[in-house]
Design a protein around this ligand. Structure first.
Ligand SMILES: Cc1ncc(COP(=O)(O)O)c(C=O)c1O
Length: 290
């Protein structure tokens, strides 16, 4: 039987006992950074080192001092997964700047807190991969689109949540975020790719995207499969005219996109490059090779 366990500052608790102060700045201001990953084979975390390195880099970029070393955090994550005992787990790590008085001044925060939530993984419905999904383009400005936090995995996802809501209200599965110039950036919680004539194109890190761990694995797989992979600006017309479009994330792996704002991509079915990349990704993830 699957269950949720939460480690707060190194102490593992049941879900109902996992509490944090209402004065925590993560709660008050979204003043925290996070990572999401999943297990394969019960306890093996896919891309764990990449995720942890990104977490420490996110914290550094927003001036949160990580409270423990990566090795300590790694052990705490492993203990929490073990105590949850799920077939497969979804793992969310949040590091908040900590509590303090109700001022915005960073220097008033006390000790950063680390929270590890381990919960049974809801495996994506296989129909997503068989039939593909639809996406909708939404123009929004996010707190991490410019300034010092660009590309950081910061917890303030309100703009992404609202973009997803808008996309869902149009009947789409995922929102594709357009930046202020109208360029395609990424999904609300995924990276986006378009294939034209056998070449995969995706926006570069400088566009202000979160450089996904899955995106990096897909780039390596594309190279291994001799499929050209190019980082370049993408615009909506590039999606509409693509032979294939797909999105990636750690939980959903590689998901074919068959409609953009109601317009069919090519023949409206998952494309062969997407299917190959997904098979390769899953094979490597299951073999603990990512
Ligand atoms: C905005 C955004 N872009 C991209 C991704 C994909 O990142 P990853 O492949 O590391 O899960 C996510 C994942 O949550 C995300 O929130």
């Amino acid at each position: 039987m699957g269950q949720t366990k939460v480690s707060i500052d190194g102490v593992v608790r049941d879900e109902q006992d996992a509490v944090i102060s209402v004065f925590d700045r993560g709660f008050l201001y979204g003043d925290s950074v996070f990572e999401v990953m999943r297990t394969y084979g019960g306890s093996r975390l896919c891309g764990e080192t990449d995720h942890l390195e990104r977490l420490y880099e996110s914290a550094r970029r927003v001036l949160i001092k990580m409270p423990v070393s990566m090795d300590v955090l790694r052990k705490e994550i492993a203990t929490t997964i073990e105590q949850a005992g799920n077939d497969e787990s979804y793992v969310r790590i949040v590091v908040t700047r900590g509590s303090g008085p109700l001022t915005y001044d960073l220097s008033t925060a006390t000790q950063p807190s680390r929270v590890i939530v381990v919960t049974p993984l809801a495996v994506p419905d296989p129909i997503l991969y068989e039939q593909g999904v639809s996406v909708s383009l939404v123009r929004v400005n996010r707190p991490t689109d410019c300034g010092t936090a660009v590309g950081v995995k910061a917890s303030n996802y309100l703009a992404n949540l609202l973009a997803l809501h808008e996309a869902r209200s149009r009947g789409a599965y995922e929102a594709i975020i357009l930046g202020s110039s109208g360029a395609v950036l990424e999904g609300a919680s995924s990276n986006v790719f378009a294939a034209h004539g056998g070449v995969i194109r995706t926006p570069p890190p400088e566009a202000g995207i979160l450089v996904g761990i899955t995106r990096q694995a897909v780039e390596r797989s594309a190279n291994a499969l001799n499929v050209n992979f190019v980082e370049t600006a993408l615009f909506p017309s590039d999606l509409y005219s693509a032979d294939e479009v797909f999105i990636t994330s750690s939980i959903r792996e590689v998901v074919p996109v068959v409609r953009v704002d109601g317009k069919s991509i090519a023949n409206g079915h998952p494309g062969p490059i997407t299917v190959r990349l997904h098979a390769e990704y899953r094979k490597l993830a299951q073999a603990n090779a990512l």
